[in-house]
Design a protein around this ligand. Structure first.
Ligand SMILES: Cc1cc2nc3c(=O)[nH]c(=O)nc-3n(C[C@H](O)[C@H](O)[C@H](O)COP(=O)(O)O)c2cc1C
Length: 354
């Protein structure tokens, strides 16, 4: 057991955000970290549209390393890819505390952090400083400042600034914690967003694969409209990340958390996020690379998302409950799931259930 794994149970004694800050501070030192080869489990994956190659299919979801301060440490823990951010053009403090809540029985978290970050330029220079030491690709997730008069211009800024520095860029229009942000997923606003992002992407010095991160709370009607719009953007948009957190509150959450505003992640999100992934893979075929996210806590969860159409998956909440040992465990379990069904690689199993 390495030091990061030893400390995980101790961190649970602290309030959630204090535990996270302490984790980032510890990871920044790099002390006591293992150096795991992310290719050792043989669960590598290739994303055909974007050309990305991940040494394993288990990635770190956005929100853990908002300022890209610990990419090097996270790659040493064995992730197959990392997503830093969300970053906004200008630094902002986020929402008042407390804004992060655990539901340990349900293996869930509610957060309403509100894009607290030091600004895109700092995160990007942190990526530049660590990139040569990383053993896996790194993406940057971009968002809009809460007080921005024009949210879309903030995405244009992020796309230009991150081009060529990150291995991929995620346009995050699905956080529930910035009022109005999720409206960019709907008809006219979505068309405007994608058209302006396409222009910014085409004008950037070194066009980088772009993904769009979606909410699991879209209605069937929203999804139908989204699919129509996405079909017209296959020339430049590489993929979708499905999904962000949900504003739904299942009955089985503790009463104290039922009324806490914010995004719910972890086990309660697994089914809905996988269902949306399957719907989009079914409708869009091979037009886009899909990354599954939401409630992945085992190899079986990851495998279910792959068979529903994902080329790779991301996780965050399981890391906080299981510690960094989850990365190896999930990769090994995934390898066993693939072998049990006679698949030689992740790619062979993508969309097997669709
Ligand atoms: C504390 C916390 C902060 C998050 N911050 C972000 C963020 O800044 N940007 C983003 O796109 N997603 C963010 N997310 C959502 C995750 O990236 C992911 O989509 C979601 O948690 C579902 O995955 P999980 O169930 O494995 O946690 C955050 C999640 C958590 C728990």
């Amino acid at each position: 057991m390495n030091i990061a794994e030893t400390l995980t149970p101790l961190l649970r004694i602290l309030p959630a955000e204090a535990a996270h800050s302490l984790t980032i501070a510890g990871l920044k030192t790099g002390l006591g970290l293992p150096k795991i080869d992310p290719a050792q489990w043989g669960t590598g994956t290739h994303l055909p549209k974007s050309g990305l190659v991940f040494p394993n299919a288990i990635g770190l979801a956005a929100g853990f390393d908002k300022n890209a301060e610990v990419c090097r440490a996270m790659s040493r823990l064995g992730f197959g890819f990392l997503e830093c951010g969300t970053v906004t053009p200008r630094a902002q403090p986020g929402n008042p505390k407390p804004r992060l809540f655990r539901a340990p029985q349900q293996r869930a978290i509610i957060n309403r952090l509100g894009f607290n970050n030091k600004g895109a330029d700092i995160a990007l220079s942190n990526i530049a400083a660590q990139k040569a030491h990383l053993t896996c690709p790194v993406g940057i997730n971009i968002g809009a400042n809460k007080t921005s008069p024009d949210f879309i211009s903030d995405y244009e800024y992020g796309l230009s600034a991150a081009a060529g520095l990150a291995d991929y860029i995620t346009v995050n229009v699905s956080s529930p914690n910035t009022p109005g942000l999720r409206d960019l997923q709907y008809q006219d606003a979505l068309i405007d967003l994608l058209n302006r992002c396409e222009t910014a992407w085409r004008e950037s010095a070194s066009p980088t694969p772009v993904f769009l991160k979606l909410s699991p709370d879209l209605t069937d009607e929203d999804v139908d409209l989204l699919i129509d719009v996405l079909r017209t953007h296959g020339q430049w948009l590489c993929g979708l990340i499905i999904s962000n957190t949900t504003i739904a509150r299942p009955d089985y959450l503790p009463a104290t958390l039922q009324t806490e505003p914010g995004g719910l992640s972890g086990q309660p999100l697994l089914a809905a996020s996988t269902a949306l992934l399957r719907t989009l893979r079914t409708a869009l075929g091979d037009c886009f690379d899909l990354i599954g996210c939401g409630g992945v806590a085992s190899g079986a969860d990851a495998y279910a998302k792959i068979k529903a159409g994902a080329h790779a998956v991301q996780l965050y909440t399981a890391l906080t409950y299981q510690g960094p040992g989850a990365i190896a465990a999930i990769n090994r379990q995934l390898r066993d799931c693939l072998a049990a069904d006679g698949y030689k690689s992740v790619s062979d199993a993508v969309a097997a259930d669709v």
